[in-house]
Design a binder for this molecule. Structure first.
Ligand code: BJW
Length: 233
C-alpha cells in the first residue's frame, strides 16, 4: 500500500478497538459480555421500553466514566494530526459513541451510532448536549417535556446517522481504512465492499483478524496506539 498521504480521498472507519487503550471496553472481546450485559439487552429500543431504568443507568455510567476518567490516546491523536496536515479529502466515520476523536482534534467526523454526551427527546426529537445522568424526572431543554429523554444512541434496528454523506464519500474514495472494528455490525461492516467497488485500496488495522479481514487488500495487526501512528504520519 502507498503512504496514506499520497491518496486524495480517504475514508477512515473506527470501532471500539481504537478506544480500548483509553480504558473503554470493547463490545465483543469479553466473552460477549459488555460491562456485564449482553449488547442486545441494553442496545435495542425494545430493551428501553422493557426496562428504561436499566438502559438509562447503563448509559449514565458510561457517560460519567467517559467524562471523568477517559481521554484520547495516541491513535486518536495521530488521526487528528494526519487530517490537519492532509491536502486531500478526509472523512472519519466512527461507530463509537465516545467523544475521544473530537477531544483529540478531529474535524470532519461522523458519529454514525450517535453520541453518549447528547440526549434525544422522544417527544420533539430535539438533540441536546448532555453531561449528566438522565432519569424520568429529566426534562427536554427544547420542548419542556418530562420523562421523554433517551440517550442519543443508534440501537439495533434503528437507522444509523448521516448514511447519505458516508455513502457518497465511500463511492469516491481512493483509500478506505478500518481501525479496531470486528466487522460484526452492519451497515458499517459492508463499507469495505463499497470501497472496493469504488476501486479504493483497503486497509484493516486491528489487534487480531476480524470477521471481514479477508475483504481487505492490506492488513496490519497490532494495538491501535502503535499501528495507527506508524501509518498515519
Ligand atoms: C483492537 C484493540 C486495540 C481490541 N487495538 N484493535 C442480519 C444480517 C445483517 C444485518 C443484520 C442482520 N440482522 C440485523 C441486522 C442489522 C443490524 C446488525 O448488523 N446486526 C448484527 C448483529 C448482525 N444492524 C442494525 O440494526 C443497524 N441498523 C441498521 O442496519 O439499519 C438499517 C439501515 C441501514 C442503513 C441505511 C438504512 C437502513 C444499527 C446498528 C446499531 C449498533 N449499535 C451498537 C450499540 C450502540 C452504541 C453504544 O451503546 O455504544 O453500536 S452495537 C455495538 O457494535 C456498537 C458498536 O458501534 C458496534 C460495532 O462494534 P465494534 O466497534 O466493531 O466493536 P467490537 O467489540 O465488536 O470489536 C472491537 C474490535 O477491536 C475487535 O475486532 C478487536 O480485535 C479490536 N481491538 N483492542 C486495535 N487495542
Amino acid at each position: 500500500m502507498k503512504p496514506l498521504n499520497s491518496y486524495s480521498k480517504i475514508v477512515v472507519l473506527t470501532g471500539a478497538g481504537i478506544s480500548a487503550e483509553s480504558g473503554l471496553l470493547t463490545f465483543r472481546d469479553n466473552g460477549g459480555l459488555w460491562e456485564g450485559h449482553r449488547v442486545e439487552d441494553v442496545a435495542t429500543p425494545e430493551a428501553f421500553v422493557r426496562s428504561p431504568e436499566t438502559v438509562q443507568h447503563f448509559y449514565n455510567e458510561r457517560r460519567r466514566k467517559l467524562i471523568e476518567e477517559t481521554g484520547p490516546n495516541a491513535a486518536h491523536q495521530a488521526l487528528a494530526e494526519f487530517e490537519h496536515n492532509f491536502d486531500g479529502d478526509f472523512l472519519l466515520v466512527t461507530q463509537n459513541v465516545d467523544d475521544l476523536h473530537e477531544r483529540a482534534g478531529s474535524k470532519n467526523l461522523i458519529h454514525m451510532h450517535g453520541e453518549l454526551r447528547k440526549s434525544r427527546c422522544t417527544h420533539c426529537s430535539a438533540v441536546s448536549p448532555c453531561d449528566i445522568a438522565i432519569d424520568q424526572f429529566s426534562s427536554c431543554a427544547h420542548c419542556g417535556a418530562t420523562n421523554s429523554l433517551r440517550p442519543h444512541i443508534v440501537w439495533f434496528g434503528e437507522i444509523p446517522l448521516e448514511m447519505e454523506q458516508i455513502e457518497s464519500a465511500l463511492v469516491e474514495c481512493d483509500a478506505f481504512v478500518a481501525i479496531g472494528t470486528s466487522g460484526n455490525v452492519y451497515p458499517a461492516a459492508g463499507f469495505v465492499q463499497a470501497a472496493r467497488f469504488a476501486e479504493a485500496d483497503t486497509l484493516e488495522l486491528n489487534l487480531d483478524c476480524s470477521t471481514t479481514s479477508h475483504l481487505f487488500s492490506h492488513s496490519v495487526q497490532g494495538p491501535a496506539t502503535k499501528v495507527v501512528p506508524a501509518l498515519f504520519y
